[in-house]
Design a protein around this ligand. Sequence first.
Ligand SMILES: [Zn+2]
Length: 68
Amino acid sequence: MKKERYELKPCPFCGAGAHLFKNYGDSYTVMCGRKYISRKEPHCGASIMMPTREKAVKAWNRRESKNG
Ligand SMILES: [Zn+2]
């Protein structure tokens, strides 16, 4: 079975690792993993949803590289 590889850059806002989720249906969400690191800290709210995993990963990584 072929395993697809993808790479998620850290959250551009807080530097936490990102997580990829498959939503119900055919969409994928990349979300900041900060809430999994420390429950005391509020979730920074960074997330992105795309119809495919590839688009979600690309969009997230593009955001990471964006300055500001
Ligand atoms: Zn974050």
